[in-house]
Ligand binder design. Structure first.
Ligand code: SF4
Length: 280
């Protein structure tokens, strides 16, 4: 298997230089190195420029409605736990209309991977503010500069109980490939926020290249939750990328299986007084 195994043959329509190309390549490389057969993989995408990625992958795919990537991915995984389910979302898709789903997927620890293409702008609709646009940035919907504080996706994932939390940069393709491989191999909900420049509406290549540094090179221990929180709050001129945090615990599929077929000792008789129940 190599990266061509997952190439649908469709030519991407993203703008030349868009960070989505880096994510697409990192994803194909990760699947090839994990030796996952295309029929074992499902890519679920939402609405936004990122959503095209399912067209370019020769795997199973589901391109769903705006903000509903996680419910779809959860249903697919519960219906067929043997599948490797990888959900892709944009910052508008995941952190605006779809925001309500992220904490719940994290606390349930469903065994899927969520890759958020975070370019800090609505690209498909030609450049409006999103929940991750930095303060002061002028977009079509904020002509005087954004005055709303951006959310911090990593803090949100950590606080919601995600068992794998990472950040990548689309221009660091091999580094991102390693994060994606680790996220897919992780048993449980793997959250990967990817800094992805939008060359047309918010070109962040220069500033991100100057500021990102790799956590592995700083000796970070990903089992340390407190340190992960501290790093996620890092708000100076340096931006850490890599795996912030991971731990093992039962997945939603494990607990679901147990609840559907509990051991005899846990099968408590349930007494219902039907006469009272029906007359209420
Ligand atoms: Fe990429 Fe931005 Fe073009 Fe969309 S608008 S394809 S995010 S560069």
């Amino acid at each position: 298997m190599d990266i061509t195994t997952y190439d649908s043959g469709r030519r991407p329509v993203w703008c030349p230089g868009c960070g989505n190309y880096g994510i697409l390549l990192a994803l194909r490389k990760a699947l090839a190195e994990l030796k996952l057969a295309p029929e074992e993989v499902v890519i679920v995408t939402g609405i936004g420029c990122h959503g095209r990625i399912s067209d370019y992958m020769k795997t199973n795919a589901f391109h769903t409605i705006h903000g509903r990537v996680l419910p779809l991915a959860t249903g697919i995984k519960l219906a067929n736990p043997k599948l490797t389910v990888i959900a892709h979302s944009g910052d508008g898709d995941a952190y605006a209309i779809g925001m309500g789903h992220l904490p719940h997927a994290a606390r349930r620890n469903i065994d899927i991977t969520l890759i958020v293409h975070n370019n800090m702008v609505f690209g498909l609709t030609t450049g409006q503010v999103t929940p991750t646009t930095p303060i002061g940035v002028k977009t079509k919907s904020t002509p005087f500069g954004n005055f709303e504080k951006p959310i911090n996706p990593l803090l949100l994932a950590l606080a919601s109980g995600a068992t794998f939390v990472a950040r990548g940069f689309s221009a660091e393709i091999d580094h991102l490939k390693e994060i994606i491989k680790e996220g897919i191999s992780h048993r449980g909900f793997a959250f990967i926020d990817v800094l992805q420049p939008c060359v047309t509406f918010f070109n962040t290549y220069t500033v991100l290249r100057e500021r990102v540094y790799k956590l592995e090179e700083s000796g970070h221990d990903p089992s340390n939750l407190e340190e992960a929180f501290r790093l996620a709050m890092q708000n100076d001129k340096r931006i850490p990328i890599g795996v912030f945090y991971k731990r093992e615990e039962p997945t939603l599929e494990d607990t679901f299986k147990h609840a559907m077929n509990p051991p005899p000792a846990e099968r408590l008789p349930v007494k219902v007084d039907l006469s009272k129940a029906l007359t209420r």
